[in-house]
Design a protein around this ligand. Structure first.
Ligand code: PAF
Length: 291
């Protein structure tokens, strides 16, 4: 097992990263809120593949949780996270304190307009401001060449790309495929909240996405028909409460009436108190040459 260096002081973090950069090493970064699972570890593995040194931050960011959300019950499993990161081959775990990230007098919020308005943004006001703000701060502390984010949080990935480009932060953003349980459920730190029956029924989400991808691949382009079929499949799970189910343009995240040539089917579903999100890119079949 690799021994992983843990740093909590932002100045120390910046100095280590600067030293690596001076040595000509490519520094990759994976920001997390801990409670790590295979999904996070796949981001770390991708960063290791792409770079020479990998920093993983663990910081449960209060600014991205709304009132009544699960900040207090968000799982905190630092010892186990450190063990997993050592085993995965991360070089440094950065665990800044809340006072270091948001010192007294902190007054800056990063807001990305447009992309944050629909999907999760509609139901979690301020959430993406919290995410963009903390990621911008962490980028400043870690000063990586690139950072890896999961495609499961497709809206987050789009928002971070926009923010990083607009603010010319000079960090390359890499997307990484969603990691799933053997029965298709997307891995998430929140899966551990699911009661046994909720967990069993939560597979309906992936089933609906796969069926929709199949419809699109067979030539169905109408958003209404695809969404109706997906809704029915999810609602076959009696414990599922759909918050949103939308077919959007993968770049603008605006709803589309048709797939042409692709679309992102994005969903948020409650099982009990646990909110799960997932998505899948749907592609229309390529027309035969000459048509
Ligand atoms: O995806 C997450 O875990 C968080 O939103 C992130 C990117 C670590 C920011 O707190």
């Amino acid at each position: 097992m690799n021994s992983v260096v843990r740093i909590s002081d932002p100045d120390e973090m910046r100095m280590l990263s600067a030293r690596w950069r001076d040595e000509g090493l490519e520094v990759g970064f994976v920001p997390t809120m801990g409670a790590l699972h295979e999904g996070h570890l796949s981001l770390v593995k991708r960063a290791i593949m792409l770079g020479d040194r990998v920093v993983v931050s663990i910081f449960v960011n209060p600014k991205q949780f709304g009132p009544g959300e699960d900040l207090d019950r968000y799982p905190r499993t630092l010892e186990e996270d450190l063990r997993l990161l050592g085993k995965a081959g991360a070089h440094c775990v950065f665990t800044p304190s809340e006072d270091d990230v948001y010192p007294e007098g902190h007054a800056t919020t990063v807001h990305v307009s447009g992309l944050t308005e629909g999907l999760c943004g509609r139901y979690r006001p301020g959430h993406f401001d919290g995410v963009s703000t903390v990621v911008a701060i962490l980028f400043g502390m870690v000063t990586p060449h690139f950072a890896v984010f999961g495609r499961k949080d497709a809206q987050q990935l789009a928002v971070i790309r926009r923010m990083t480009g607009d603010l010319r932060l000079g960090v390359r953003i890499e997307g990484s495929e969603t990691v799933r349980e053997p029965d298709g459920l997307a891995m998430s730190s929140r899966n551990r909240y699911l009661k046994e029956e909720e967990r069993a029924q939560a597979t309906a989400i992936h089933r609906a996405l796969v069926e929709a991808a199949g419809m699109a691949a067979r030539g169905e382009t109408d958003a209404g028909r695809i969404l109706e079929a997906a809704r029915q499949t999810i609602e076959e799970a009696p414990l599922a409460r759909i918050q949103y189910l939308e077919l959007v343009d993968p770049l603008s995240l605006k709803p589309v009436g048709r797939i042409s040539p692709n679309g992102l089917l994005a969903v948020a579903v409650y099982f009990g108190r646990t909110r799960l999100i997932d998505n899948m890119e749907l592609e229309a079949p390529v027309p035969p040459r000459g048509q």
